[in-house]
Design a binder for this molecule. Structure first.
Ligand SMILES: [Zn+2]
Length: 107
């Protein structure tokens, strides 16, 4: 009887660990899905923006890209979220960085 109680206890412990792991994974998945949604929205916005901008920026697109990069290096947001606003010293913005990545790709 002691042995089966011991095994039952072991089983309960294992079950508890699996439950914990499942909950942790659910949290991770939920966070990833939220992040994925945000990135998708940002991508759509950037895409529609670049399509709108395409006709306007046909004229020397590299020059305006350079201008945006300079602006970011000087500590200003170049993203849609906070365009033209000053950043805290040493701060960085994921939206701006996504924008920069696109700009450097186009060069
Ligand atoms: Zn920004």
């Amino acid at each position: 009887m002691t042995r089966i109680m011991e095994e039952l206890y072991q089983f309960e412990q294992a079950l508890q660990r699996m439950t914990d792991t499942t909950m942790m994974l659910e949290n991770v998945i939920s966070e990833l899905m939220q992040e994925n949604n945000a990135l998708r929205q940002e991508q759509e916005r950037l895409l529609s923006q670049s399509q709108q901008g395409a006709t306007m920026e046909e004229f020397k697109p590299q020059k305006s890209s350079q201008m945006m990069m300079d602006l970011y290096e000087q500590g200003f947001h170049i993203c849609n979220e906070a365009y033209g606003k000053r950043m805290q010293a040493g701060d960085h913005c994921l939206f701006c960085e996504a924008m920069l990545e696109r700009l450097t790709e186009g060069m």
